[in-house]
Design a protein around this ligand. Structure first.
Ligand code: PXL
Length: 280
């Protein structure tokens, strides 16, 4: 019997993210990761950036009505198995996306709170951080901050004496509404990189990885998209998180340096031909 074409549809993941024309981070990183992991990405553009492998020069937010229209047209047309949110561009975009995802509470949502580029260029204002906390965290299945982002999102503003440790940050972020938090440890001063998953009863798992020597552009986007791909493929959260870290570590271990700045992860490491063996 010929195969039913419906059986051939890969899991579909809708991404809200900003274009990074370098192909290192952002929407392009998400599209490559999701494709490499067997999903079909739907890409809703929230902003466009001007950047190279060294850093971000400029960013222009897309009008919030255009963000909504991109998403709504597709959600009417195709079944979406997971949402992934990256760089948002504006407070208006945060409000528009919060409204859209609130109509689909059963779809798991991976939220990578992009606050700054690897070089430290600010990619979110204080008002945007406030809106993320108020409007998006209560709808998030898993939040994937690095440790710097976790502290910024969880810290009591205006109180300079507030120095919560990462477990306390995670507790506060779960209190703000996300079901799970995966805090990544790249920026911590530890021999290995330790990524820790928390839920409403505290720590669920911690995974330690060999610290790779390079400086990478787009590792956070790769990890969050890999988690979304795994959730779309039916894995539960701890499994999705473990497997996504393994995938991301391999993409980073195979990273390449196409320009003068950071290394870019190779999300298709498995597709490259191995070096030919020397003939005897
Ligand atoms: O890595 C976070 C990130 C996400 N999205 C875009 C970016 C960056 C970092 O530079 O440029 C578009």
């Amino acid at each position: 019997m010929p195969q039913d074409p419906q059986d051939l549809i890969p899991p579909i993941v809708m991404v809200f993210a900003a274009s990074d024309p370098s192909g290192g981070a952002g929407l392009q990183a998400d599209i490559m990761t999701l494709s490499s992991m067997g999903c079909h990405p739907l890409s809703v553009v929230t902003a466009i950036t001007v950047q190279d492998s060294a850093g971000v020069e400029d960013a222009l937010a897309i009008d919030a009505d255009w963000v909504s229209d991109q998403a709504r047209a597709l959600l009417e047309d195709m079944p979406v198995a997971a949402f992934k949110i990256g760089m948002l561009g504006s407070v208006e975009n945060i409000a528009a996306i919060a409204e859209i995802v609130s109509d689909y509470p059963e779809i798991p949502l991976v939220f990578d709170p992009v606050l700054a580029s690897g070089r430290g260029d600010e990619l979110a204002s204080e008002e945007m951080i406030f809106a993320m906390r108020e409007l998006l965290l209560p709808q998030t299945t898993i939040l994937t901050p690095n440790s710097l982002e976790a502290r910024r999102l969880a810290q009591d503003e205006g109180n300079d004496d507030d120095n919560p440790d990462l477990a306390e940050c995670a507790r506060r972020l779960v209190g703000a509404g996300t079901e799970f938090v995966l805090v990544t440890g790249t920026h911590e001063n530890t021999a290995q990189v330790v990524n820790t998953l928390y839920g409403d009863h505290g720590r669920i798992r911690a995974d330690a990885w060999e610290r790779l020597p390079g400086s990478y552009h787009g590792s956070g986007c790769t990890l969050a998209s890999a988690i979304a791909a795994n959730l779309a493929n039916g894995l539960d959260i701890p499994e999705a998180v473990r497997d996504a870290q393994d995938y991301t570590w391999q993409a980073l271990a195979n990273a390449f340096r196409p320009g003068m700045g950071q290394y870019l992860p190779d999300r298709f490491f498995w597709a490259r031909e191995p070096e030919p063996e020397d003939e005897p």
